[in-house]
Design a protein around this ligand. Sequence first.
Ligand SMILES: [Zn+2]
Length: 274
Amino acid sequence: MTTQDDRQVKLARLDAHTFADWVRSGAPTVLVPVGALEQHGPHLPMGTDAILAERIAEGVAAATGAMVAQPITYGYRSQQKSGGGDHLVGTTSVDAATLIGLTRCLVRSLLEQGVRHVVLLNGHYENYQFLYEGVDLAVRDLGLRADDERCVLLLSYWDYVSEDTLEAVYHGAFPGWDVEHGGVLETALMLHLEPGLVRMDRAADHEPAQLPRFDRLPVVPARTPSSGCLSAPRGADAAKGQLLFDQVVADLAADLTAELGGRPAAALAAGSVG
Ligand SMILES: [Zn+2]
């Protein structure tokens, strides 16, 4: 499903000299997708969070002139109330110190090379505060102040899903983002973007998980539905995935352009990346 246009925004496919020219050409923005390797029930691949974050980042980059760095493909420990739990086979996580340290290093390195803006685009619920901590430490390392041209933005892509899109996708039955694990949002997006990786014939069908308001450690495994999904993907289809993708990419691109200004750096010439 990767197109030539998508590939042109990926740093990993770009030579360093072309990248250096691009960095010098304006106010370059690099998006860093962040995901996890985590069970997503019987119907979705374990890499879903990073796949979706990267594809959304590619769409935003194509619309804004930004580039997309290699994703962080491991995430902070899956928690029972938002990802089913770290006890489930298929979930391979890193601890907070690792994610904070990796984020700190990547952000600092990109900014030191002349990248003006770094945007962390998160696709795994549990990552967020540790990404924030890594960014905060990198900003302190570099001594950045509020009036510095360099800055870092941090977001989770589902926070860009509009009320209208929520209504069109869930018809009043939105279960909450915390239990949207292996549910309608991720399944619809994957059906739109990577249909060959989705097995709807294996999809679970059950009510959203009922989890206590507290966290209990060690977790009680039986509280996680046996499917590993915290809500069912019932009703997910590719059309809803396209609606979600197009709306989120458009609003995110508009937000980045408004916050960071115009096209951040010269678009790469067609054919310069392959
Ligand atoms: Zn997920």
